[in-house]
Every structure is written in C-alpha cells, then in structure tokens.
Design a protein. Structure first.
Length: 299
C-alpha cells in the first residue's frame, strides 16, 4: 500500500493516477476525504487527516502501508511525526518532494527543504528526496494579467530556468515508490539519492511568455517589474517573507547563472521530459485561450 500526502495537488494527482494504472493499492490522506474520493480514481482509499498539532499523525492512515510520498505543503510541521510513526509501523520507503533550491546555500527556501531532507535521511527508512526546479504550473500566476490586458508582469525577464512538468515529477516519484514496494534488497535505484528534476530546455521568463503567446495564438507582452516591488507584492498577498526572499533569490541567481538541464527524468522514465510549450497548449484556457484539442476562438 502506498500512502500519498497532497494526493489532489499538482504532483499528487498524476502520481496517484500512475500508481493506480500500475495496479498498485493507493491510500490518499486528505482533510476532506469525500472530496478527494470524488476527484481521484475509484480504487483509491481516501482517509481523513484529522490530526492536530506538530507531534501527531493519524495512525490508522499508516496501517498496511509500505511506502509514503511526503509533500510538506500538505503535511506541514507534522513531517517529523509522520516519519517517526511510519518507521514504527513497518513502512519501508519514503519519497520526499523537496526542491532544487536546496542546492543554494543562501536560499531560505532551500534551507527549509534541506532540513526536511535531514529528517528523511535520519528516519531509518529507505529514502529518496526529489529536487524539482520551477514547475510549469508556476506560470498560472500570470493568468489574470494575460486575461485582463495580455501582459505578464514579473522581475528578472532574462533569468533562465528549466521549468519541469508536474507529471514528470510524478512519473519519477511513481518509479521510486513502485520499486520500493516491489523491489528487494536495496529497493529503488533512486534510494539514498537527491536527484534534480528539470524540463528539457533552458527558458528565460521572456521565453516562457513568448511560448505562452504562441499557444494562445496572440501576442503576450512582458513587463519587467522592479524585484523589490515584486517581492513586496508577494508579501502583501500573504506569502511568508522567507519564501518571497527565496523566490527572489532564485530568479536573481538564474539571471546570472542559468539553471542547468538535468537528465534524470529521461533516465528514469525512458522518455524526454515534457516541454513548456506542451503544458501551455494544454492550459491555454486558464489564460483566456482555447486549450489543446479545442478550436481557437475567432476574433
């Protein structure tokens, strides 16, 4: 049995679908199991995450579980409790959704995830910590501006990153979990590793805006924002200051030192990672366009 936290999220949902397609039993932990059950394949067992406080975790969720996917965004400050109780209840493998920011010693988001990776390493479980870079879906933050006046407003237009598709992150996580459940001895070939996951190409922010416009069939304008003003806007919108600092630092670094493409997705899945253009075409409706498979609106 695989226990998936964050099962209805951008990575969790395709991960669950891949595990189910492989014939694996899946349990989804959710604050709203009825809603999760409606959103996920019928064979998935959705259980309530009703525990409160950093030292608690619902033990019934771990019954019969052998592998766990940990998304800290879903588990929060109970990650250490989950790992401790997982080890006590016969779980063998854990896969952590970390971040490529962990490579940057000066990045507070990276420091936060390095601490999570430490907890995983010291859990007594076989572990893998996946380090994806910028998600394709991060571009959804631009959707309102594109719909309103066809403009993306962001800092560091020249920052070159390697956006990765959430489905590719899920595919690597699925391989690690399935190998951990079915394999013998050392388990997954990813065990004990912190692989960086990326898309197939380096793209600047301006490149992504151009590709988005191509998917929409109309120009999308890029407007460079002052980094300080952008950061202040994030904080005003409720983003914690340390997260805003981490995001600003990441793009500032990428402007000076472009992020490198990683081969891991293709090595693990046997196919190239999905390009941003494919994601943009599939999600064009969010930006006021016609998604892939639909006829574009006439103007």
């Amino acid at each position: 049995m695989h226990l998936i936290t964050g099962a209805t999220g951008n990575v969790g949902r395709p991960l669950v679908e891949l595990l189910v397609a492989a014939g694996a039993p899946v349990r989804a932990l959710s604050r709203d199991p009825e809603k999760a059950a409606a959103a996920l394949p019928a064979s998935v067992e959705a259980v309530r995450d009703g525990a409160e406080g950093p030292g608690t975790f619902p033990l019934e969720a771990l019954e019969g579980v052998r592998t766990v996917f940990v998304n800290h965004a879903a588990v929060g400050d109970r990650t250490e409790a989950l790992l401790r109780q997982a080890a006590e209840h016969g779980v063998r493998d854990v896969v952590l959704l970390s971040t490529a920011a962990a490579l940057d010693e000066a990045n507070p988001v990276g420091a936060h995830h390095r601490e999570l990776e430490r907890l995983v390493r010291e859990s007594g479980l076989r572990w893998t910590a996946l380090r994806p870079g910028v998600f394709h879906s991060n571009a959804l933050a631009w959707a309102e501006g594109v719909r309103t006046d066809g403009t993306v407003r962001a800092p560091y237009g020249a920052a070159r990153v390697t956006p990765v598709d959430e489905r590719d992150i899920a595919a690597v996580a699925a391989r690690a979990l399935l190998d951990g459940l079915d394999g013998l001895g050392e388990g997954s070939a990813l065990a004990g590793r912190t692989p960086v996951l990326s898309g197939p190409e380096q793209l600047s922010t301006e490149d992504q805006v151009r590709i988005l416009g191509e998917a929409l069939g109309r120009p999308v304008r890029f407007e460079e924002l002052d980094p300080g003003a952008w950061r202040a806007g994030l904080v005003a919108a409720g983003v914690p200051e340390w997260v805003a600092d981490g995001l600003a630092g990441h793009y500032a670094r990428a402007a000076a030192h472009p992020v490198e493409v990683s081969p891991v997705v293709e090595e693990v899945t046997g196919r190239p990672p999905r390009p941003f253009a494919e994601w943009a075409a599939a999600h064009a409706a969010a930006f006021g366009g016609a998604s892939a498979g639909e006829a574009p609106a006439r103007r």
